[in-house]
Design a protein around this ligand. Sequence first.
Ligand SMILES: N[C@@H](CCC(=O)N[C@@H](CS)C(=O)NCC(=O)O)C(=O)O
Length: 381
Amino acid sequence: MLRLQKKHSGIQKHTGPKPDATVILAQQSVWRAVAGGVAVVLVFGWMWAILSVETGRIFPWFTILIGAIVGLAVRRYGRGLDWRFPVIAALIAWTGAYVENLMIGIIETGRYIEAAPVRVFAGLSKDTIENFFANTVTPVDHIYALCAAGVAAFFAKRRAEQARSACDKDDGQERAMNQGKLKVYGDARSGNCYKIQLLCAEMGIEYDWEEVDILAGDTHTPQFLEMNPNGKIPTLALPDGRFLSESNAILFYLADGSEFFAGDSYARAQILQWMNFEQYSHEPNIATSRFIIKYLGNPPDRQRILEEKRTAGYKALDVMERQLERWPFITGDKYTIADIALYAYTHVADQGGFDLGDYPGVRAWMDRITQRPKYVPMAEK
Ligand SMILES: N[C@@H](CCC(=O)N[C@@H](CS)C(=O)NCC(=O)O)C(=O)O
């Protein structure tokens, strides 16, 4: 019988779908980019013009600041990933720099002839504009205009990789998460299940926990096999009625798009590389040794297999040590789901008969993980 044992609470942080690069590409709009950039020039340019006239001082670097805002607006409203968007931003910021200077001229002229700026604007002709450029715009203004264009292009550039790593949840995932709480079927002593607890604590994901007794055969009941035909925990029940099993697949599902599974395709592939290493070279030796000793009571007929697992387990630890001598985390500088996957059974490797005394890199890495503010210990070791 499955029992509802405890409820974990936390704040669900999913803030709404942030589409990935493909979706952004489909939605990108040159017109919205232009509208966003022009609106910035009109609003901020006008504010700068008023400020200049009121204070009697010109702040030429404002054109560069406005260029940066134009770039950000083009990036945000255009959602563009290709070269057109930085070019649009540069052109708007460059033209805008002159228009902004012209606005100052319009306000000053209005004050001088005691007319509303709108009337001065209506009275502008080709000659007055040419006259303005010939007599008012200095070489320094051209330099500021070019700088504004450069800054705008820089800020407007949205790289596909950034867009992808900024993506939070795909639509299906988002829908599933928003329909209610997740439920994890797990065993409090299992490292594979602990992986899910660690990640949920980091991400503030709420879930219910249903304790499953694997030794009592709870994972082989018809009801459980309906959820996971492989009869293993952890198994995740999504609020929309779907199920997911395999601890690392669950980690991926929950972390996809978050800081725990981020970066370009190579960085993300490295995370998967270490998670596959965990499943093929680490867990089958270290976790199963622990199972034989801790769950099965270290029976004499398992000693030969334990010996084989010990050799292979130490080999896996050697591989980790070589990596962790050089890097704070298993894929480099960042804590990812690969660290979570590997930490789960490494930190209880002693229960499988492994001595981590000769693995200073691994021990320092485990300390780093335990010191994380949202770290939760394994419930039952
Ligand atoms: N590769 C799976 C392994 C899952 C697994 O072996 N789970 C164990 C508990 S840690 C289990 O459910 N054993 C029960 C059984 O095999 O009947 C994962 O990472 O989730």
